[in-house]
Design a protein around this ligand. Structure first.
Ligand code: ADP
Length: 398
């Protein structure tokens, strides 16, 4: 079967066509600058990459171009749309309504729309992508896979904030958590590597990329995670502040005469590793800054690793133990210095890193020594494949 995976943002649309039998990517690409001018980057497996500049006044136009590229006689990979069995969509926020993926119908779309307030930058764009696929491929089923769904198993003690309870009841203000598809994929892979029944396993997944979140997975279920009602909470990230004292917002507002909107923009886009280092949000640049002896790059690096280790320590307490810690996403898969610095703070758990194995990048590797009390792995994430698998499972169950 062939599954088209769509990740639709407000001005971009990423896609992959995945053969679900071999789990190979047949074609992938990205439409950028939707509603501005429009560029499509498309690569079919075994063929040259192409760049198409074409007007994309809306997301329908972008989906149309993706379809044309997939069908193209030279650069395409299918002869007819009938070859696509289903479309799997990434949707950021499913609120409390969705604890699992679901097949799209009018009711589901309405329920997703009701979550728009919780993710105003992402959900409306995700919905537009679904609508465009329904319009242009009316006979192909659409399945939505939520970033929040995996965390719906969290107990109340993990998701209730210390606010008047009426805010939870009236506005659903609570921890939701994100990167759920990745945490689910990576924790499942990690559990396979453990010599224990799934119900007894305690795993911590560190998804460290441009956005970063850590998740405690007990018996295969998320029991806590560091992102909150929005992806701003948790550890310091590329440009996001992560958790700060909420009173800082009022303080900056008064000192700098700024509105809440302006401050939220600073917390989301100008803070984190970027804000601390003054250099970059990208860890490759931070590592270079450290090699050049730049003090603020060193601080950014230490704050990031310290906060990650502190959250891991908290989750060991939450689960009363841990069997394995897995690192994933851009930084987690590639930056051995970050992994080493985080694990150095966890030697009290009996963790010992295998220095040679920790040099590896981007491949499934055990980086702890054979006698380490807690296993440590690098587990490459693959959110698109996870979405394709979820979609397939759904279609298979119909
Ligand atoms: P996203 O931005 O969607 O979270 P990724 O998970 O791919 O995407 O993470 C991107 C980040 O990963 C980059 O901003 C960078 O900080 C980090 N990264 C990517 N490659 C490397 C590398 N070779 N060494 C260190 N960090 C890397």
């Amino acid at each position: 079967m062939k599954i088209l995976v769509i990740n639709c943002g407000s001005s971009s649309l990423k896609y992959q066509l995945i053969d679900s039998d071999s789990e190979q990517v047949l074609a992938k690409g990205i439409c950028e600058r939707i509603k501005i001018d429009g560029v499509l980057n498309h690569t079919a497996s075994g063929k040259d990459k192409i760049n198409v500049e074409a007007p994309m006044p809306d997301h329908n136009a972008a989906v149309k171009l993706v379809i044309d590229a997939l069908l193209d006689s030279e650069h395409g990979v299918i002869q007819s749309l009938d070859e696509i069995d289903a479309v799997g969509h990434r949707v950021v926020h499913g609120g409390e309504k969705f604890a699992a993926s679901v097949i799209v119908n009018d009711e589901v779309l309405k329920a997703i729309e009701e979550c728009n307030d919780l993710a105003p930058l992402h959900n409306p764009a995700n919905l537009i992508g679904i609508e465009a696929c329904r319009t242009l491929m009316p006979d192909i089923p659409n399945v939505v896979v939520f970033d929040t769904a995996f965390h719906q198993t969290m107990p109340k003690e993990a998701y209730i904030y210390g606010l008047p309870y009426s805010y939870y009841e009236k506005y659903k203000i609570r921890r939701y958590g994100f990167h759920g598809t990745s945490h689910s994929f990576v924790s499942a892979k990690t559990i396979e590597l453990l010599d224990k029944p799934k119900e007894d396993t305690k795993v911590i997944v560190c998804h460290l990329g441009g956005g970063a979140s850590i998740c405690a997975v007990q018996g295969g279920r998320s029991i806590d995670t560091s992102m909150g009602m929005t992806p701003l909470e948790g550890i310091v990230m590329g440009t996001r502040s992560g958790s700060i004292d909420p009173a800082i917002i009022e303080y900056i507002a008064k000192k700098e005469n700024k509105s809440i909107d302006e401050i939220m923009n600073i917390l989301n886009k100008e803070s984190g590793v970027m804000g601390i280092s003054g250099r970059s949000s990208d860890f490759r640049d931070i590592d270079e800054g450290i090699r050049n002896g730049e003090e603020r790059s060193k601080i950014a690096f230490s704050v990031f690793c310290y906060q990650a280790a502190k959250i891991i320590g908290g989750y060991v307490a939450a689960m009363n133990g841990v069997d394995a810690i897995s690192f994933t996403a851009g930084i987690g898969e590639n930056d051995s210095a970050v992994r080493a610095a985080v694990c150095e703070r966890l030697t009290y758990l009996g963790i010992t890193l295998d220095k040679e194995a920790n040099k590896k990048r981007g491949e499934l590797t055990q980086i702890s020594t054979a006698d380490s009390k807690v296993k440590v792995f690098v587990v490459p994430t693959n959110e698109e494949l996870a979405i394709a698998r979820e979609t397939l499972a759904f279609i298979g169950n119909q």
